[in-house]
Design a protein around this ligand. Structure first.
Ligand SMILES: Nc1ncnc2c1ncn2[C@@H]1O[C@H](COP(=O)(O)OP(=O)(O)OP(=O)(O)O)[C@@H](O)[C@H]1O
Length: 307
């Protein structure tokens, strides 16, 4: 398979702090890569190094076949980057924004391309409306269309759906899958589990270090966790007591509690007091470990190491 992103040892330091720490990443054509990790873990910094906006302090590699250190100009021309904040001009109209971006990228047959994009978006009747007046979902659709004007081969999307409603998020992801099926490679950072589940491959970063990489199934298998779901009464007290046990990961999932450990023995021992008769109406059932369980466990382990 052709590598669209192929980097090793990517590192960025700010003063004494290493915010991206020897990250290796490989992405193949036509795949959607999900980039997950807590706030401040280094996702944006990694994305910016990949598209040539930041120079790494260490590490090397290629993006779209171009050297990330010396050929950033070539990468920028062929990659689309959607930043965390709305990157278009709120006081320009929808059409003016698209025309401006098409001009910056020297898009051939600019006017035709802008018209086609407006039609495709269903915004041709609203072309003169100010971009700032659009709803969150529409702004995000416009921003994506703007990133695609110069026909990039790689899309780098930094939390593109933050603050967007579930329907618009689903439609956005349907569009990403259409684009990937047509050969575009997508690297997308997200905090949403439903979005992580729609990626072909995932990478999890914490404190600048890549802790896990693979498909959702591989990440779950590799974590090797045994999970139980607790429901019913007494959950708050149980959560408090179980959290004190360093062998366990404990997280609230709606009205239930997920508790997992590396081994069945550890989990059974920890839950034994709650299984005893007389502990009230608590129900304990073994469940499959979910992707969210795995990410919570990774975050917990990484915080324990740091702390
Ligand atoms: N220019 C800078 N100078 C100093 N520190 C920086 C700079 N840019 C980023 N950082 C720090 O680097 C760390 C990683 O930031 P980054 O924005 O890459 O994280 P992130 O994973 O994208 O976070 P989020 O999910 O909140 O967007 C953070 O602690 C941030 O404060």
């Amino acid at each position: 398979m052709e590598a669209i992103i192929d980097v090793r040892g990517l590192t960025k330091r700010y003063g004494e702090r290493t915010v991206v720490d020897h990250v290796d990443m490989r992405a193949e054509r036509g795949r959607i890569y999900g980039f997950l990790g807590p706030n401040g873990s280094g996702k944006t910094t990694t994305i910016r190094m990949l598209c040539g906006l930041l120079t790494p302090d260490d590490g090397s590699g290629t993006c779209l076949g171009y050297d990330i250190r010396t050929e950033s100009r070539e990468i920028k021309r062929r990659a689309g980057y959607m930043t965390q904040r709305f990157g278009l001009y709120e006081d320009l109209s929808i059409e003016e924004n698209l025309s401006f971006i098409a001009r910056v990228y020297e898009v051939p047959q600019r006017e035709r391309k802008v018209r086609a994009t407006l039609e495709q978006l269903g915004l041709d009747k609203r072309r003169t409306q100010l971009a700032g007046a659009l709803s969150g979902g529409w702004k995000q659709r416009l921003a994506l269309a703007a990133c695609l004007l110069h026909d990039p081969q790689l899309l780098l999307l930094d939390e593109p759906t933050a603050g967007v409603d579930p329907k618009a998020r689903r439609e956005f992801w349907d569009r990403l899958h259409e684009l990937a099926a047509a050969g575009l490679t997508v690297l997308v950072s997200t905090h949403y589990m439903d979005e992580a589940e729609r990626c072909h491959q995932l990478a999890y970063i914490s404190y600048g270090r890549l802790l896990a990489q693979g498909t959702a199934e591989e990440l779950i298998a590799h974590a090797g966790l045994v999970t139980c779901e607790l429901s019913g009464s007494g959950l708050d007290a149980a959560a408090k007591a179980l959290r004190a046990n360093p062998a366990l990961n404990v997280a609230a999932f709606g009205a239930t509690l997920h508790v997992n450990a590396k081994s069945e023995g550890e989990l059974d021992a920890a839950l034994a007091p709650y299984r005893k008769a007389g502990t009230g109406g608590m129900r304990i059932v073994a469940v499959d470990t979910s992707l969210e369980d795995v990410f919570i466990a990774l975050m917990q382990a990484s915080e324990d190491r740091q702390g």
